[in-house]
Design a protein around this ligand. Structure first.
Ligand SMILES: Cc1ncc(COP(=O)(O)O)c(C=O)c1O
Length: 467
């Protein structure tokens, strides 16, 4: 068996050991600026006190776990992949949100990652929840969240789910077509409706407007039908596409939403809420995106308009919280039979792949970057030697998942100065969004992996009642 770590794992109750608390306290005593609002927020240099502490806690959690595994003797599955999640990062991201979009209340998109501890942290911070299905809604309600903090942000809903939310009092939901309006009129006429409009999502990683959203030449007819059916249209929503990169998409969408607000007034609707959707990344692009959005909102929906502003961020909150460790289960030397004069290269096989937590490669167009966690007895987390080498003569690797499918390919080519062997460990950062939620058990590999939780922010620990 793997030796238990001192930190809570996925199956333990939410509990942070004294060790972690003290660590946080000592390192941050006298630090009044928990969050530094700057583009350096996500640098890797450890020059921000709490980010340095985060690396320290994450590294320690990794070290304890991997040192407890000897793959020459361990039981089946002891060397399975696992995550380390820093709940302090959720807290930092929330403060960053509040600084940049102070008027916009986030409703976390559960689909992105439904880890109960992440959701608990968000609930404690006061966010709402964007749900796409009955199960997600049930999960949130079971956390004791009031139905008014849930939006059923799915424009094309399952009949029985609409009956379910009507019974549970989850009233806020989306529509973008006449059939859906008639469905809602039949099943939940008291629902509070948002008209989801089409956006230009061509700059995003995952385009959503191919599937959802009413074009501006259809909104007049939809509002007329809603009025005729006696329905309650409360607001407008949009989504600029997941992983958006063009801030101008937000400006155009806000302008279009403003136009629909005016159009709705001509049908006798007094719209109260604008939902600006998701699409925000957690990297330095956030400040640019949020800046453009904030200015657009101030111009078109100023505070004195009385319009409530909400959003549905997913990736923004989850991505950078989770770091994944994988074990190298096998290695193949390329061109073994030839002279190694031109440098050896290897195929390495790890115990997670595109059918598992790297599903983000297929479904979310991501390119996770391998770093070396442990090579032999050397623990390299967050050191220069952990990262890929820029030297063209360094040892070349391709990284493959564990299934029998040739598609199960994580990295085409990466070079390290270190020779990696079976039993060594790799890690991948920013693995919290659209990863474990779409992992399968293809080829019999588990998709239920341990998560070791740390917390690098005393503010977050205080909120969780752990200080
Ligand atoms: C309706 C809706 N809201 C919110 C999100 C979350 O988007 P993101 O993770 O890009 O913030 C999605 C993602 O697919 C979505 O479909």
């Amino acid at each position: 068996m793997v030796m238990p770590t001192v930190l809570a794992d996925r199956f333990a109750p939410l509990d942070y050991p004294e060790y972690a608390n003290n660590h946080v306290f000592v390192k941050t005593a006298g630090n009044h600026g928990l969050y530094n609002h700057s583009h350096e927020h996500h640098n890797n240099h450890g020059d921000h006190q709490n980010l340095g502490l985060a690396k320290q806690l994450i590294g320690e959690a990794f070290r304890q776990r991997v040192e407890s595994v000897d793959n020459e003797f361990c039981n089946p599955g002891d060397e399975d992949p696992f995550f380390v999640a820093d709940l302090g990062e959720v807290y930092r991201q929330h403060l960053r949100w509040k600084l940049n979009l102070p008027r916009v209340k986030p409703f976390y998109a559960v689909k992105c990652n439904d880890d109960p501890k992440l959701m608990h942290m968000l609930a404690t911070l006061g966010t709402g929840f964007d749900c796409a299905s009955k199960n997600e809604i049930e999960l949130v309600l079971k956390m004791g969240i009031d139905p008014s903090r849930i939006i059923y942000a799915q424009p094309c809903k399952t009949n029985s789910y609409v009956r379910y939310v009507a019974e549970k009092g989850v009233r806020q939901m989306m529509f973008d077509n006449p059939d859906e309006l008639r469905k809602i009129a039949r099943l939940f006429p008291d629902a509070e409706l948002f008209l989801r409009i089409l956006t230009d999502d061509s700059s995003s990683l995952c385009r959503l407007s191919l599937k959802f959203g009413a074009s501006l030449d259809s909104t007049d007819g939809l509002l007329a039908l809603a009025r005729e059916l006696g329905l309650n249209v409360m607001g407008v929503s949009f989504h600029v596409g997941s992983g958006a990169s063009d801030p101008k998409a937000f400006l155009k969408a806000v302008q279009d939403a403003h136009w629909v607000f005016q159009q709705a007034a001509t049908h006798g609707f007094d719209l109260k809420t604008l939902d600006v959707g998701g699409g925000f990344c957690s990297d330095a692009s956030f400040e640019d995106m949020a800046g453009v959005l904030r200015n657009a909102l101030d111009d078109y929906f100023p505070a004195h308009s009385g319009v409530n502003l909400i959003a549905e961020p997913g990736r923004y909150y989850a991505s950078s919280v989770y770091t994944l460790a994988c074990n190298i289960i096998a290695r193949r030397i390329i061109g073994e039979e030839h002279s190694q004069a031109n440098g050896t290269s290897y195929m390495i096989y790890v115990n997670d792949g595109v059918y598992g937590n790297f599903s983000s490669i297929m479904f979310d167009h991501q390119h996770p970057v391998a770093k070396i966690l442990r090579a032999g007895k050397r623990f390299l987390f967050d050191t220069a030697a952990a990262a890929a080498s820029p030297d063209a003569n360094a040892i070349e690797y391709s990284v493959w998942g564990p299934t029998c499918d040739g598609l199960d390919h994580i990295t085409e080519s990466i070079r390290f100065d270190t020779t990696l062997n079976e039993g060594d460990w790799l890690y991948f950062e920013d693995m919290g969004a659209y990863t474990m939620c779409s992992a399968t058990t293809f080829n019999g590999f588990s998709n239920d992996h341990d998560v070791i939780y740390v917390c690098s922010e005393p503010g977050a620990l205080a909120l969780l009642g752990r200080l």
